[in-house]
Write a protein that binds this ligand. Structure first.
Ligand code: HPA
Length: 276
């Protein structure tokens, strides 16, 4: 099915599944190992991606594949419990379909979370980092192909992908709850192989502070539509070649789970401020 047709058909289906529910103000996309954050939501409705015809469903470990609608700290939100990745074989336009769908529904603010490898020398597993900017040049653009004018312009500006006001507010609430937060530049790789040490050395010279397989293209598609975006990276491991240890997805998921209480605490404080 053509992209925009698929989007409109998904939109009709989701709208009918949600009948009566207010449009959430915020969407939170959960990264690897972070899926239990959805358990903190006062849940009103759960929609598995598989219930929407033609929708991409996740094959990645630690990714459930459903929308959880409800409230957190009194703020109406939708959590994407699981996302699909380019390395699973999907086109980038399929990878960003759920995000576009939520933006079409009227969700205005998106919180993109991810597990990442830390490249900057001061980063340690367990650190949380707010995305200041990203490098998406190593993966195809989700905007490739005929532009869907109804979504946004052919050549969208990407000067400030990650909203400066949302970031400033997040730093204030992080200080209040005692969570250390730095900022960094996220570089997206295609995966599924982890990087080589030579690649990490190269990415460092390019200005990357962390690397992962998801967030930059999602942010790009959302900015194309004019949505507000903030990105939060959870450093689950030092990037390849930095620790002397091999990398594994088990380590990423295990470490990811340690972020869950911190992420819930941070979001519970931030959501009312972001939406005030
Ligand atoms: N590289 C790429 N993606 C990742 C990593 C990494 O080191 N850790 C978690 N996701």
């Amino acid at each position: 099915m053509e992209m925009f047709e698929q989007l409109r058909s998904s939109e009709q289906q989701l709208k009918s599944l949600l009948r009566g529910l207010p449009v959430p103000q915020v969407a939170v996309v959960l990264g690897s190992g972070l899926s239990a954050v959805a358990e903190a939501v006062d849940t009103q409705r759960v929609v598995p991606y598989a219930d929407i015809e033609g929708f991409p469903t996740s094959t990645a470990p630690g990714h459930k594949g459903r929308f959880v609608f409800g409230t957190l700290a009194g703020v109406p939100l939708v959590v994407m419990q699981g996302r699909v990745h380019f390395y699973e074989g999907y086109a980038m336009s399929e990878v960003v379909l759920p995000h576009r769908l939520l933006a079409r529904l009227g969700v205005q603010t998106f919180v993109l979370t991810n597990a990442c490898g830390g490249i900057r020398s001061d980063m340690r597993p367990g650190d949380m980092v707010v995305l200041r900017d990203h490098l998406s040049s190593f993966v195809p653009s989700p905007l490739r192909g005929p532009n869907i004018e109804a979504l946004g312009p052919r050549f969208p500006d990407m000067t400030e992908v990650y909203d400066a006001k949302l970031r400033a507010q997040l730093h204030v609430v992080a200080g209040r709850v005692g969570i250390a937060l730095s900022e960094g530049v996220y570089l997206q790789v295609a995966g599924p192989a982890f990087e080589t040490p030579a690649e990490i050395a190269a990415y460092r010279t390019l200005g990357a502070d962390m690397t992962g397989m998801s967030t930059a293209v999602e942010a790009q598609a959302l900015r194309h539509m004019g949505a507000r975006v903030i990105g939060i990276s959870c450093v689950t491991n030092l990037a390849a070649g930095m620790s002397g240890e091999p990398l594994s997805s088990e380590e990423v998921d295990e470490m990811g789970r340690e972020f869950e209480p911190k992420l819930v605490a941070l979001l519970s404080e931030a959501l009312p401020v972001w939406t005030a």
